[in-house]
Design a protein. Structure first.
Lengths: 292, 274
């Protein structure tokens, strides 16, 4: 006796296939929605901003006149801030990750730290701005400088780097560590020669993505008082500065509509920079994963 | 350099002489050793001596504690955080759990080959010199010599001598395992621990490793865990039969397999369980 009624199976077949097709359409629509909005945004920005995007745009400082306004101060300001963020956040972030993954014993205290690092990654950036203002600008008297801005941003992206580095370190197979320890290597030698080489692609990818988040952030730097009208380049770590997102924000809040087009040109520069950084992250990942 | 030459002399010397000369002093003495994973006792009251320059096989059914035991000998078992131990394990008169006797020192003298081949994702050359390098040997000439000697020792030299700079992951499973043995030989250990070294290999690679073990015991004391009784019978001089965390019987391999003194050993080796 057959338990399955073949006629019923046949009857159901059509509706199952239809349902499959409908849902495929729904998911495709969801993807399409985001894509279309992005394309519209990009199209508008490019048509608006392309006219102002010339060599002068990179050579000029901020100006009252839209046709003379340039992004030089903000562009170099961003580079300066990044030069602070990259080493500070990578060294502290990777150090923390190594400690938590390799040295720390698993107990309540480390679980607590772990939980809080994940929480910190979700704290609004403006809160980090307040922290930077209180600690770096006021308490440590760094003023509204590149250094204070960079350190604040480092704090902001630290949790992201720590989590990314931890995941990269955790993905190194246990067998490789065992092989190293079994030959009398110390913990540091094992980390230095086995764990880090195997996890560096993951760490770098996470680090670059975190950095690209940092150069797009505005709120914390507004909070610590990055300048909005700067007609000079930062000379040292204690100089005043502005960064690209702040400059763009400043331009869009001007009444003259021409400045909105200047802002669009600024956005193009920022987007291209982000794109380049993300591509580097992808390149690094591909290059190292092939070697393994 | 000096050790390399010394060992060549040892190789040339007739085997019996070597054995006689060093006979009598065990490389490991284990006394009343107990081990727990949390609350589960994995090893109970283990006491026996492991002789020098012989192959000691540890056999027993899955979960009898044989892998745990061999990992206790170089303290790798402590990588599991909940492990607790009592009793003594002496390696050549050093209590290996003594605070003054550093675990790095122990593992420099006691090499290990694992169940699954685990070469580093580096070149063949870099794999072999890993051990010497962490112990501070930097001279390129010495390192080159170590690579050749170790790979020859692991019967791999002829197969890889033209591609030492290629990634070790390009080797076959059996070659990888022999590379791991070469890597272990490179630190010129005294004892080699092998934790089911052929369980992931095909029969031909297994045979090569078994032949290698026979060669290696001239220079090293070898302790090998195996779930394969025939293998133990083929290659070992002494055999310890583990059951439920206890040593049921420890004796000459010939005696254990032909005339076991314990009923449980007999049941196991005749295939009545396990």
């Amino acid at each position: 006796m057959q338990l399955i009624d073949q006629a019923k199976v046949k009857k159901n077949m059509q509706s199952r296939l239809t349902k499959n097709n409908i849902l495929k359409g729904v998911f495709f629509g969801a993807t399409l929605f985001a894509l279309v909005v992005l394309v519209i945004l990009l199209y508008r920005i490019f048509t608006q901003g392309i006219g102002y995007l010339d060599l002068q745009f990179f050579q000029n400082f901020a100006s009252r006149f839209p046709e003379k306004a340039g992004i030089k101060a903000a562009f170099f300001g961003s580079l300066w801030v990044m030069a602070v963020i990259a080493p500070v956040s990578l060294i502290i972030g990777v150090g923390t990750a190594i400690y938590l993954e390799e040295y720390a014993k698993k107990n309540r205290f480390t679980t607590f730290i772990q939980l809080n690092i994940s929480n910190l990654a979700g704290v609004p950036s403006i809160v980090f701005g307040l922290l930077g203002l209180t600690v770096f600008v006021r308490m440590l008297e760094m003023g509204r400088s590149v250094l204070a801005g960079g350190l604040t941003m480092s704090l902001l992206i630290l949790p992201i780097i720590v989590v990314a580095a931890q995941e990269a370190i955790r993905s190194v197979p246990k067998e490789l560590r065992e092989a190293s320890f079994a030959m009398g290597a110390t913990k540091w030698q094992t980390i230095r020669r086995v764990v880090l080489p195997a996890s560096i692609p993951g760490i770098l990818t996470g680090g670059i993505l975190a950095l690209s988040r940092a150069i797009g952030e505005t709120a914390p730097l507004l909070m610590i008082g990055a300048l909005t009208f700067v007609a000079y380049l930062p000379e040292n770590l204690l100089s005043g500065f502005t960064v690209m997102p702040i400059q763009i924000f400043n331009w869009t809040s001007r009444p003259q509509t021409e400045f909105h087009d200047v802002a669009a040109a600024g956005i193009i520069v920022l987007l291209v920079m982000l794109l380049i950084m993300n591509s580097i992250a992808v390149l690094i990942r591909n290059k190292f994963s092939k070697r393994l | 350099m000096k050790t390399i030459m010394d060992e060549k002399k040892v190789q040339k010397a007739p085997r019996k002489e070597v054995e006689q000369k060093k006979d009598g002093q065990p490389v490991y003495s284990i006394e009343n050793f107990n081990l727990w994973y949390g609350k589960d006792q994995a090893l109970t009251d283990i006491s026996f001596d492991i002789p020098e320059h012989q192959v000691t096989a540890i056999i027993g059914p899955s979960g009898c504690g044989k892998s745990t035991f061999i990992k206790a000998l170089n303290r790798m078992v402590e990588m599991v955080p909940i492990v607790k131990m009592s009793g003594d394990i002496k390696y050549r008169d050093n209590n290996i759990f003594d605070n003054k006797y550093k675990v790095e020192d122990l593992r420099t003298k006691v090499g290990m080959v694992f169940q699954k081949p685990n070469p580093f994702p580096k070149s063949i050359y870099e794999n072999v010199v890993y051990g010497p390098k962490i112990h501070g040997i930097k001279n390129k000439k010495v390192l080159d010599e170590i690579v050749e000697k170790s790979l020859k020792g692991a019967a791999l030299w002829e197969e890889v001598k033209d591609r030492l700079n290629e990634n070790a992951y390009g080797l076959s499973g059996g070659q990888q395992q022999r590379l791991c043995i070469a890597r272990c030989l490179a630190i010129e250990p005294d004892v080699i621990l092998m934790d089911e070294p052929t369980s992931a290999l095909d029969p031909i690679s297994t045979l090569k490793v078994e032949e290698l073990v026979q060669e290696l015991k001239k220079e090293f004391s070898i302790i090998i865990v195996t779930h394969n009784m025939q293998q133990a019978a083929r290659i070992s001089d002494k055999t310890a039969f583990f059951l439920n965390g206890e040593v049921v019987e420890f004796s000459d391999t010939n005696k254990l397999f032909s005339n076991p003194s314990d009923k449980r050993t007999e049941d196991y080796i005749t295939g009545r369980f396990g």
